[in-house]
Design a protein around this ligand. Structure first.
Ligand code: ZN
Length: 499
């Protein structure tokens, strides 16, 4: 090991340990922690966050990191960690510590205020807080902006480096031009897709048993991961030998099933990170969008593909004999692909999903760079739903208050959800030239696909940016058209359209 890096190493280890502790508390809070633990646990989390902040943002670490950056002969993993660390330091360095602390306090309270406002269906109760959050975020972005860089671009770059408004305007422009009319055609088609058999009174045990089977079938390794229940499914990773997923159980058997496949996609990414990178600053997925590309690839592109179910549908029928006993594989696959415009993003089908994200992108851009005022948000939100999805939310709970992101100060996060789907579609188009994906699925050889993704994406952790990964894997830079073509082909066939 390089001697300068060796001096930095204990500091890096301390950061990773603090981060692991924070992540574990987050996990615990959402899964097993007793209801009343919240407030006191928050104190512990506050202390740990402060320690983490201090561990990254201190003079010794900064000096060592800068020294390392000038060193020859660092390994790929070491150089990657130094690069990440310097990025993190420059982020924190640009913001006065007092303001950062004020902001942390504000967002801790903001989530609570948002939760209550949503439950009460009362936007006015949240609006003043949201205004403050936006104010802070705009100020922070201005501190951090490079010369000539727009504030919203600074925010976007935190979640998806390399994707600025210029590129996203183009991407969402294509979505708007192609997917909005496609959805209209779907709605006007006379094709009926029954899906009532997906609903019923299932026990948690019934759903858990098949859920665990599917997770394992897709590739989740229960000796390096666990599965628990939480209100909203998510994935937590400590390192490549401890990755945790959650799901929820309800009245729709497809909801928990596909959320498990989705989270397994996230988990496979983290489990596939190379040993020399895990438990370091570059030991996790490349970006939000690249992560979503993997979860959505498994959930939608593979999981909602007929071929995926050929080897395992009988098992599913056996698990839910009353509902699926007499349903053919074709009818099941059609049902889980049905497109229905709805108000809630997290429940959206594959076709309408990107429109939910398009709406948020346009609103965020207008809030940060344009002249949209917080007080006008509910109306602007409803107008866009009416324009793009053909439905108008009647209340703010189903409208502008549905997502937690803004209360946490996460502006610029949403686009990565749609980008993930688009990355996945581009990868899929390329992979189909390299291998017979359908045949592999039909033969139950999903491991071949998984290994391919591990080789081209997962193993690298954060060493490469998403555009670089795409380019090296598919030979091309990012192209939105693959995503549009994929949706057109799939839904054109399903709804017998002439597109
Ligand atoms: Zn996800």
């Amino acid at each position: 090991m390089n001697s300068v890096f060796e001096a930095l190493k204990p500091y890096l280890d301390r950061m990773m340990a603090l981060k692991a502790a924070l992540v574990l508390f987050e996990w615990d809070d959402a899964t097993l922690a007793p209801e009343k633990a919240g407030e006191l646990t928050e104190k512990v989390i506050g202390t740990l966050s402060g320690e983490y902040f201090g561990a990254v943002n201190n003079e010794t670490v900064k000096e060592l990191a800068e020294k390392c950056a000038g060193e020859e002969g660092l390994s790929e993993a070491e150089a990657g960690q130094v690069r990440e660390l310097l990025e993190e330091i420059s982020k924190l360095d640009a913001i006065p510590q007092k303001e950062y602390q004020e902001f942390s306090q504000l967002t801790a309270g903001a989530v609570r205020i948002w939760t209550k406002a949503k439950a009460d269906n009362d936007f006015d109760a949240f609006a003043p807080t949201l205004e403050k959050v936006i104010d802070f975020q705009k100020r922070f972005a201005a501190y951090r902006a490079k010369e000539g860089q727009k504030k919203y671009d600074v925010m976007l770059n935190d979640f998806e480096p390399g994707f600025s408004m210029e590129l996203l305007d183009e991407f969402f422009g294509v979505i708007k031009k192609e997917i909005v009319p496609l959805l209209k055609a779907v709605q006007e088609s006379k094709v009926e897709i029954p899906n009532d058999f997906l609903t019923g009174d299932f026990t948690d045990e019934q759903q858990e048993e098949i859920g665990r089977f599917i997770a394992e079938y897709v590739g989740f390794d229960f000796s390096k991961g666990v599965m628990a229940v939480s209100a909203h499914p998510f994935t937590t990773n400590l390192h490549n030998r401890d990755v945790r997923i959650t799901t929820h159980y309800g009245k729709n058997l497809d909801s928990s099933l596909f959320s498990i496949i989705h989270e397994t996609g996230h988990a496979l990414y983290e489990l596939g990170v190379r040993d020399d990178l895990t438990q370091t600053l570059v030991g996790e997925g490349a970006s939000m969008g690249m992560h979503e590309s993997q979860s959505r690839f498994f959930e939608n592109i593979l999981g909602r593909n007929r071929s995926f179910w050929v080897p395992v549908y009988a098992k599913l029928q056996k698990a839910f004999p009353d509902n699926l006993g007499n349903i053919s594989l074709d009818d099941f696959v059609r049902a889980v692909n049905k497109a229905t415009p709805g108000f809630i993003r997290t429940e959206a089908d594959e076709l309408t999903y990107s429109l939910h994200v398009l709406i948020r992108y346009e609103l965020e851009k207008d809030l940060i760079e344009g002249d949209l005022q917080v007080k006008d948000l509910p109306e602007a939100w409803a107008d866009k739903y009416e324009e793009y999805l053909g439905i108008r939310p009647e209340n703010v709970r189903e409208g502008v208050l549905q997502d937690i992101h803004w209360s946490q100060g996460s502006f610029g996060y949403f686009p990565s959800y749609a980008l993930g789907s688009a990355f996945g579609a581009q990868m899929y188009a390329y992979m189909k030239k390299e291998m017979d994906v359908d045949k592999l699925l039909e033969e139950g050889k999903i491991s071949v696909i998984r290994d391919y993704l591990k080789e081209h994406i997962h193993q690298y952790g954060k060493l490469k940016k998403s555009r670089e990964i795409l380019k090296e894997m598919t030979g091309e830079d990012f192209h939105a058209q693959y995503y549009v073509d994929y949706l057109k082909e799939k839904y054109g066939e399903l709804y017998r359209l002439n597109v």
